[in-house]
Design a protein around this ligand. Structure first.
Ligand code: F0G
Length: 467
């Protein structure tokens, strides 16, 4: 049977460019320039895709939907099936592991826990390497191949590294990852080793790794794949498109994401912004970012701006006070100097969202709640459910509003954390910097394994309903 495919609107590829987001600069650069910040003013770069007209855009929904039944590699990828809005030309040598196409789950228990009637969880942990990074990495590694890079590198708290290692392996590129020694989970490190990356364990924290990456990125053989790289953001923005498709194009009131280096919030804001500009949605969801209390420079900045009543678009600050000793058991977001804070702040403000922080106990319990849904996630992802609960309690979200939380990583990314929570042995010790005393986390939803005698009666006795 031949499938009738809706005709493609005019391609935007070839009409895209890199642009500095600093208002005082606005420098523009071609897509083939291997740059990560503005060469003129060192400001952050983004890709500007010249969007087609509303008439052209009208065909996109059907076109994207029709690809669900195609078996070409481009159409099967949940990123490349949205290629009309990606800055690559038709025929680009795409590097894909069939990322994206992740589930949007109804989550009634988490909704009740948070005080909402309606909560959905978009599980980006269902990507090929178990985290949301894959949607960005397919684009960044494709760009690395196009530019003829020899080695792809990144600094990472674990997930970016695992993802880059996998995509580089697919592309036949050398990959080097810089990770803070002893501060990333065994599962994430194991992935990077298995995918053949050169694993550099650095004596320092993530922010030290990030600084080193910016230094070695000058070498012409190197391609930097951190989210400072605007092509990463292009891949990750497609999550907004996929989410809207799954919601039948009805815009939720709120979308909530965890905040670390702040690439993901940037990407989602950009994705929703493009859909709005194209007329495919009629308003922006409020985009909120949740950080862990011990690694929350962005939440602190937002609170200060709010106290000064300066959270209008015109008042974007030039600086943010960083956190020299970030501390959290959610190691994925243990970041004190997030590189993409300016881009992320712009997206949060323009959508009318907020930035808040949640504590370790709140993260741990919210994480266990996602487990009780039969879904689960890694600790960093659970900041969303914890944050939503806090926003509802503070009256910033109303119980009847529709909310989507983006879960960024799979539950098996940090099995030690999960096991310690349920066995009652989870604690945040004083770290190498010597700051703070050890803090024990109570497993409020603890589910400790039971030691049972090897006989039928003992097992049935354990399972008998109790009053
Ligand atoms: N959730 C998970 C599971 C992550 O791995 C990260 C970031 C975030 C949330 C925060 O996203 O940085 O875009 O604000 N992990 C990076 C890494 C830093 O190296 O894997 P962000």
């Amino acid at each position: 049977m031949t499938q009738k495919i809706a005709s493609a609107p005019e391609k935007i590829s070839g009409r895209a460019m890199q642009r500095c987001i600093a208002k005082s600069c606005g420098g523009t650069y071609g897509l083939a320039e291997r740059i990560y910040v503005c060469p003129r003013c060192s400001g952050p770069l983004e890709i500007e895709v010249r969007l087609g007209t509303a008439t052209e855009a009208a065909g996109l929904r059907n076109l994207w939907k029709s690809r669900a039944v195609s078996d070409s590699a481009q159409d099967r990828s949940g990123v490349w099936r949205f290629r009309e809005l990606l800055p690559f030309s038709e025929g680009a040598p795409i590097v894909t592991l069939f990322e994206g196409n992740t589930p949007l789950y109804d989550a009634p228990r988490c909704a009740e826990y948070a005080g909402l009637e309606w909560l959905r969880l978009k599980h980006q942990g269902c990507n090929p390497t178990g985290s949301f990074k894959d949607t960005g990495m397919t684009a960044a590694v494709t760009q690395a191949v196009l530019l003829g890079a020899r080695t792809a590198v990144c600094a990472s708290t674990g997930n970016t590294a695992a993802s880059l290692a996998a995509y580089s392996a697919r592309a036949g590129l050398q990959c080097a990852i810089l990770v803070p020694r002893g501060q990333i989970t065994a599962a994430k490190l194991a992935q990077s080793m298995d995918y053949g990356a050169v694993v550099c364990e650095i004596d320092g924290n993530f922010d030290d790794c990030m600084r080193l990456i910016q230094e070695i990125g000058d070498d012409p053989s190197i391609y930097v794949a951190n989210s400072i790289n605007p092509f990463r953001i292009e891949g990750q923005k497609t999550v907004a498109f996929e989410m809207m498709e799954q919601l039948h194009w009805r815009v939720p009131d709120h979308v909530v994401v965890p905040g670390g280096n702040l690439g993901n919030s940037t990407a989602l804001g950009k994705g929703f912004g493009e859909l709005l500009a194209l007329g495919l949605i009629d308003r922006m969801p409020k985009l909120s970012v949740v950080q862990a209390e011990g690694a929350a420079p962005f939440a602190r900045l937002f609170a200060e701006m709010e106290a000064r009543h300066s959270h209008g678009q015109a008042d974007l600050p030039d600086d943010m006070i960083t956190e020299p000793h970030p501390k959290t058991l959610a190691t994925a977001i243990k970041i004190g100097a997030p590189v993409s804070w300016k881009k992320s702040l712009r997206e949060v403000l323009r959508s009318g969202g907020r930035v808040i922080a949640v504590n370790e106990q709140e993260i741990a319990d919210a994480k266990a709640m996602t487990g009780r849904e039969g879904i689960g996630c890694e600790p960093a992802s659970a900041t969303t459910v914890a944050g939503i609960r806090k926003l509802v309690a503070a009256g910033h979200m109303r119980p009847a509003e529709s909310v989507v939380a983006v879960l960024t990583g799979h539950v098996l990314k940090d099995p030690d954390y999960v096991s310690n929570y349920h066995r009652g042995t989870l604690s945040l010790g004083g770290d190498a910097s010597g700051t703070g005393a050890a803090q024990t986390i109570t497993g409020a939803f603890r589910n400790t394994p039971k030691r049972v005698a090897a006989n039928k009666t003992a097992i049935l006795d354990l399972l008998r309903p109790r009053t």
